[in-house]
Write a new protein. Sequence first.
Length: 31
Amino acid sequence: MNYLSTRGLAPQLRFSEILLGGLASDGGLYV
């Protein structure tokens, strides 16, 4: 499953990639 940022500007990532990263690069949250 891919997650996207609530602001829509960051690339879509897999759960394993966002788990360690936290916030999206555009300042949004991944959902």
